[in-house]
Each structure stands twice: as structure tokens, then as C-alpha cells.
Design a protein around this ligand. Structure first.
Ligand SMILES: [Zn+2]
Length: 212
């Protein structure tokens, strides 16, 4: 569902540009709103969320899908934790649909999907692992890398129940905006994938904007 935001960049508390292949890790307080902007279009932002008070409570794709009765995420979606508590709400969305079924790229999946030679290529899982290693104060470890949201990524489920990675439906400047319902840790891998169309075979930067 397309829903525009009336928030103005000049009123933002913080902005950050995240290069392709880089990560974003920050705490967003309850009541704050943050926006992820697909600056150049067709980029995938592989995102994990944790409750700041207890990171073992984290975003759960299955609880979110079950509670809303829909596979895709868009404006109006309430993101649920693995304890089925509400953690964030998507309050604006100019892309229209986001995936939470396809998972994130890893060196292992790159070898299975594409070629053994792709094993050395940078993947989202590497960026997440680097983020938690470089920021020990968040108390995250390898066990916390669970299922994620692929903002801006187009992974339609076919009539037959198949899962396909398709050309993006996002475009330059499209954004998704979320309001934190509790204090949350946001961990984004701005996907470095070069082998599938989820980011147009050409990873590009995203922008994160936070409002109080
Ligand atoms: Zn990726």
C-alpha cells in the first residue's frame, strides 16, 4: 500500500548514508521514526531488529506474517517479535511491498545458487557479522543473526507456491518509514549482491533518516 509521509528532512534528528556493501547499526528509541531511502533504486536493505532491553527478543518473520495474514510487508504492517509483541509499525511506504521470506545472502548460498567461485564474494551475512564484532556494546552474537526483512526487494510467491527473485519494483528516492513502539536496535546490511536482480546487479547506497 502506497502511503506518503509528511515528515521533513530539515526536522530530522540524524541522517546517515550507507554505502553499498556497508552496514548500519543504531538504537532507535520508542516513539522515534526512521526512514530508509532507496537513493538510486532497486537496492535491497537486509534488515534485522532487536529489542534494546533484551536482544534475545527480536524481529520474527513468522509471527509478523501470521498476525497480519499476509506474506508481504507494507504501510500498516506491525512488526512482531519472537514473543509476539509489537516492536515497530510501518507508517509510510512509497515502494509498496517488501519481502521477509527470501532471507539474506551468504557466501554459502552464493555457492549453491550461482557458482563455487562466488564463495569469496561479499555477502549480507558477512556485513552483519562484521557489525556485531565491531560493536560489542550491543551484546549481539552469531546466534542472533536470524530471519530478516529485505526492504525494497521483490520476491513474489507464485500461484504454485514458488519463490522467485525478480527485478525490483522500487525506484530512485522510494522510501519506507517505521515508527519504533519499543526501544529497538536496527541492523541493516546494504546488500552487496552482484549475482541476482534484487539490486539490479549493481549495489547502490541507501540513506537512513531518524526523527524524534
Ligand atoms: Zn545480500
Amino acid at each position: 500500500m502506497i502511503k506518503h509521509s509528511d515528515k521533513k528532512i530539515e526536522n530530522a534528528a540524524a541522517t546517515a548514508t550507507v554505502a553499498a556493501g556497508d552496514y548500519y547499526l543504531a538504537e532507535i528509541k520508542a516513539g522515534q521514526t526512521f526512514r530508509i531511502v532507496d537513493l538510486e533504486g532497486n537496492q535491497a536493505a537486509d534488515t534485522l531488529f532487536y529489542c534494546a532491553d533484551d536482544p534475545t527478543e527480536r524481529y520474527s518473520a513468522m509471527d509478523t506474517i501470521r498476525e497480519q495474514g499476509n506474506l508481504y510487508l507494507t504501510a500498516g504492517t506491525v512488526l512482531k517479535t519472537n514473543a509476539n509483541n509489537s516492536m515497530l509499525e510501518i507508517v509510510a511506504d512509497t515502494c509498496g511491498r517488501h519481502d521477509t521470506v527470501g532471507g539474506a545472502c551468504a557466501t554459502e548460498s552464493n555457492t549453491v545458487r550461482y557458482d563455487l567461485e562466488k564463495r569469496c564474494m561479499h555477502a549480507c551475512r558477512d556485513s552483519w557479522m562484521l557489525a556485531i564484532q565491531e560493536n560489542e556494546e550491543y551484546g549481539l552474537d552469531k546466534n542472533d543473526i536470524a530471519h530478516n526483512i529485505n526492504f525494497f526487494m521483490n520476491v513474489p510467491v507464485t500461484k504454485e507456491g514458488g519463490l522467485t527473485f525478480e527485478d525490483g519494483i522500487s525506484a530512485p528516492g522510494k522510501y519506507v518509514e517505521l515508527k519504533a513502539l519499543v526501544d529497538v536496535i536496527v541492523l541493516i546490511s546494504n546488500c552487496p549482491q552482484l549475482n541476482n536482480p534484487c539490486n539490479g546487479y549493481n549495489p547502490t547506497p541507501i540513506e537512513v533518516v531518524v526523527w524524534d
